[in-house]
Ligand binder design. Structure first.
Ligand code: AMP
Ligand code: GLY
Length: 420
């Protein structure tokens, strides 16, 4: 079949790499793709948030299956429009993607489903938001309601910080995303990510992961999109994953179906785990980036069958063939990230690296110039390895990182410290 993947980051490189391994994949196109993806698939340039452009391209290329990577096309309704045009699509509807796009919506679903999450209040004006903060005290968490590119959350350790965050959000610091604010109880514990596929009714777990959000070693400094990840997450034991499934994920999916907006796609549940009990921090309506890279490294070509079963509503008959393995990815980013950074520096040493089922360098933000690979983004490379243990995967990934010559980039040396 002819397959189109929307997106151009490390997540989409990993998806493309895994999908390609499945014999059902005859032709693979990725839009916009990047220099790494271009080595294994055709890259195409059009606006992936414009449904008409996506549909026209898919029709011209006789695409049989569209896989949507990032959240922006989902929030723009590209999945709905493609389905209405007759395409088979992996990616939730705009209504269902509200689970990521609106924090207030997610809280409402959790309430209706009786799913464990932080206590909260939902506010449309600063005065009542501040009254709630003063009543509940710090630490407390202030969140802009809408999509804010991962920057709309302030975990306030004292009252002043919480009150200032309310002023910032209603003052327009997050644009439309801050017009409504959710204020949450601060949850203590260890965070981990739980990934499931849902075909509208049936739910299939496909792995766990942990990432490192802070830019600096020892989990210090500003937040980023993620500086590295590993799978599985030891803190998410089978027993806790079972509870997360039965007490949080399945009831929420049933509530979405009951409302007539069934969820079809990958659901990424961010969990806080304390004393063996999981509570929901957030849902995302897509694969995590870089969490997807470690999941794909472990799942390989079977992922295409699972994504198809999700789109075709046949997950009840699907299963994951697990290997007893571990994967780790180390993000290499441009100096300066997550603040200002420069594009265009040359990366050497990539061609000498092996590219097999144990080691792959996924490209997150690269381009080709005069035959050389150059940096074209904040997060640039995801050096990903698999092994019998996390220590094996760690050793392989860092050996590869150390052979890459890129003085204008940096990485964290301590990915996986908590689990190792
Ligand atoms: P979110 O965008 O909702 O995932 O929030 C970003 C990060 O803020 C999460 O990954 C957590 O580390 C932290 N966070 C969010 N909500 C809470 C909460 N209620 N209690 C403690 N930490 C939180
Ligand atoms: N790595 C975090 C995310 O994709 O949201």
């Amino acid at each position: 079949m002819n397959i189109l993947i929307l997106g151009g980051g490390g997540r989409e490189h990993a998806l493309a790499w895994a999908v390609m391994q499945n014999p059902k994949c005859d032709k693979l196109i990725v839009a916009p793709g990047n220099a790494g993806i271009a080595k294994i698939a055709t890259c195409a340039a059009f606006d992936i948030e414009d449904s008409a452009a996506v549909i026209e391209f898919a029709q011209n290329e006789s695409v049989d299956f569209v896989i949507i990577g990032p959240e922006a096309p989902l929030a723009a309704g590209v999945s709905d429009d493609l389905i209405n045009a007759g395409f088979l699509v992996f990616g939730p509807s705009k209504e269902a993607a509200q689970l990521e796009a609106s924090k207030a919506f997610t809280k409402e679903i959790c309430d209706a489903a009786n799913a464990a999450t932080a206590g909260y209040g939902h506010f449309t004006d600063a005065e009542s938001a501040k009254a709630y903060i003063l009543k509940n005290g710090a630490p407390i968490v202030v969140k802009a309601d809408g999509l804010a590119a991962g920057k709309g959350v302030v975990v306030a350790m004292d009252l002043d910080e919480a009150l200032a965050a309310v002023d910032d959000m209603f003052g327009g610091a997050f644009g439309g995303a801050g017009a409504e604010v959710v204020i949450e109880e601060f949850m203590e514990g260890e965070e981990a990510s739980f990934f499931v596929l849902c075909d509208g009714i049936n739910v299939l777990p496909i792995g766990t992961a942990q990432d490192h959000k802070r830019v600096g070693e020892g989990d210090t400094g500003p937040n980023t999109g993620g500086m590295g990840a590993y799978s599985p997450a030891p803190v998410l034991t089978e027993a806790i994953a079972e509870r997360a499934l039965d007490e949080i994920v399945k009831p929420c999916m049933a509530e979405m179906a009951r409302r007539g907006t069934p969820y079809q796609g990958v659901l990424y549940a961010g969990l806080m785990i304390k004393d063996g009990a999981p509570r929901l921090v957030e849902y995302n309506a897509r694969f995590g980036d870089p969490e997807c890279q470690v999941l794909m490294m472990r799942l390989g070509g079977q992922i295409l069958d699972l994504l198809l079963a999700t789109a075709e509503e046949s997950l009840a008959d699907a299963q994951v063939n697990w290997a007893n393995d571990h994967a780790m990815t180390v993000v290499m980013a441009a100096n300066g990230y997550p603040s200002a950074y420069e594009n265009g520096s040359v990366i050497n040493g990539l061609d000498a690296l092996s590219d097999d089922s144990f080691n792959v360098v996924f490209h997150a933000g690269t381009a080709k110039k005069d035959g050389q690979t150059i940096a074209a983004g904040g997060r640039v490379l995801n050096v990903t390895s698999r092994g019998e243990s996390l220590a094996d995967a760690h050793q392989r990934a860092y050996a590869a990182v150390d052979s890459i010559e890129w003085p204008e980039g940096f990485f964290r040396r301590d990915i996986g410290w908590r689990a190792l």
